[in-house]
Design a protein around this ligand. Structure first.
Ligand SMILES: *Cc1c(COP(=O)(O)O)cnc(C)c1O
Length: 424
């Protein structure tokens, strides 16, 4: 379904490689015509895309500003310095390293910086919402270090800070990690910081999902309590795909050494420039309003889903994310996610805490509001989306019904311009 509209930014691609061009345009159309509810995704601005696709991709700049192993850094040094300064100001930390390629290598760099092999990482268990890199068994982080995992409460599905404290006292971890990919409530960073201090552990706040909310004041801030803060740049923060590590001055040298030369070679300065643009955008009053609306939208979506008979983990949300427990419905996560996609609503199946089913076909569905909020959708639109989600759940086997819903969703999406996109 390619469009007639010429995209000046892809004109050469169309000429040189029509096959890749065609698929990029298909994807663009798909992103325009679908309600995208994957909570880790977003739409970047055109400015972010331009900087990320710029001539900076041609550079090699191993090292740090003023201390490079390559000549030719007169512009690159200035760019990276600006981005570092913006990151420090926005997150309120002493030091920033903006070179990590993505969130997973950034977490690895934190461990390389602060831990000896065999030291203990204590993180939230993956099926309870934690990330692979918080010491899960399939992750290299559990091969080089010992890992112990805390879980959420069986009844409330909330983090029980008394149990986190008890585990920390028993296990004496070297580092405690807070942060998750599927936790619909706020983290008590002050409590994590206190527990870490009590047992002499470092405290890493992995705010990948919620960093956009934090800089906008829509979520508590870990900066006063954390030794290190890691965030991806492409989730609620709305930048290009990448990550950064922020830390106290005392850890700056170790963090920088771990990123380069410890784990990485040349930084992707084009991505770093795109991060810089995103940080400038994130420091505006408009972005504060955006982040507040993400949360307002998530609450409206959660309320309407509950009304429609869905069970929500923890009963609702106070961030950007909702985890639906489908065990009461007659459909499982995978099948439901597929049916939703057919109806142009994109979400992902997910395990729920204490999931009785297997990870490849779990009982949950994970959704979030960053992308739909970027397009300007508001509470009323969330209620409409929830009603479509109910209709899809009732018609998972009826392709004709799903296609009918899909046509309505496509029509609806046309009212909300997708930033940075040229197709119509
Ligand atoms: C997304 C995420 C990561 C990893 O980021 P990638 O860029 O996918 O490697 C790490 N931790 C948390 C909590 C995340 O949500």
């Amino acid at each position: 379904m390619t469009t007639d509209v010429r995209d000046p930014y892809l004109a050469e691609t169309e000429h040189v490689d029509p096959e890749i061009y065609g698929l990029i345009k298909e994807e663009e159309q798909y992103q325009i015509e679908s309600v995208r509810l994957i909570p880790s995704e977003n739409y970047t601005s055109r400015a972010v895309m331009e900087a990320t696709g710029s001539v900076l991709a041609n550079k090699y700049s191993e090292g740090y500003p003023g201390r490079r192993y390559y000549e030719g850094q007169r512009n690159v040094d200035q760019i990276e310095t600006i981005v570092i300064e913006r990151a420090k100001a926005l997150f309120g930390m002493d030091h920033a390293n903006v070179q990590p390629y993505s969130g997973s290598p950034a977490n690895l760099a934190v461990y390389v910086a602060l831990l000896e092999p065999g030291d203990t990482i204590m993180g939230l268990s993956l099926p309870h919402g934690g990330h692979l890199t918080h010491g899960w068994s399939a992750s290299a982080t559990s091969k080089f270090w010992k890992s112990v995992r805390y879980e959420v409460d069986e009844k409330t599905h909330l983090i029980d800070y008394d149990r986190v404290r008890a585990m920390a006292k028993a296990e004496r971890p070297t580092i405690i990690v807070a942060g998750a990919t599927a936790y619909p409530r706020q983290y008590d960073f002050a409590a994590f910081g206190e527990i870490a201090r009590e047992v002499g552990a470092y405290f890493l706040a992995d705010i990948s999902h919620v960093s956009g909310l934090i800089v906008a004041g829509a979520h508590p801030d870990p900066a006063p309590y954390a030794d290190v803060v890691m965030t991806t740049t492409h989730k609620t923060l709305r930048g290009p795909r990448g990550a950064m590590i922020l830390c106290k001055a005392e850890h700056a040298e170790a963090i920088d050494k771990a990123v380069f030369p410890g784990l990485q070679g040349g930084p992707h300065e084009n991505t770093i420039a795109g991060v810089g643009v995103a940080l400038k955008e994130a420091a505006t009053p408009a972005f504060r309003g955006y982040a507040q609306q993400i949360v307002a939208n998530a609450k409206a979506l959660a309320a309407e889903l509950r009304e429609g008979g869905f069970d929500l983990i923890t009963g609702g949300t106070d961030n950007h994310l909702i985890l639906i427990d489908l065990t009461g419905k007659k459909v499982f996560g995978k099948k439901y996610a597929r049916a939703l996609d057919r109806a142009n609503i994109v979400a992902n199946y997910n395990t729920i805490p204490f999931d009785p089913r297997k990870p490849f076909s779990p009982s949950g569905l994970r959704i979030g509001t960053p992308s739909v909020t970027t397009r300007g959708m508001k509470e009323d639109d969330m209620r409409q989306i929830a009603r479509w989600m109910e209709q899809v759940a009732d018609n998972v086997k009826d392709d004709a019904a799903l296609d009918r819903i899909g046509a309505e969703v496509r029509e609806f999406c046309r009212q909300f311009p997708a930033p940075g996109m040229h197709a119509v």
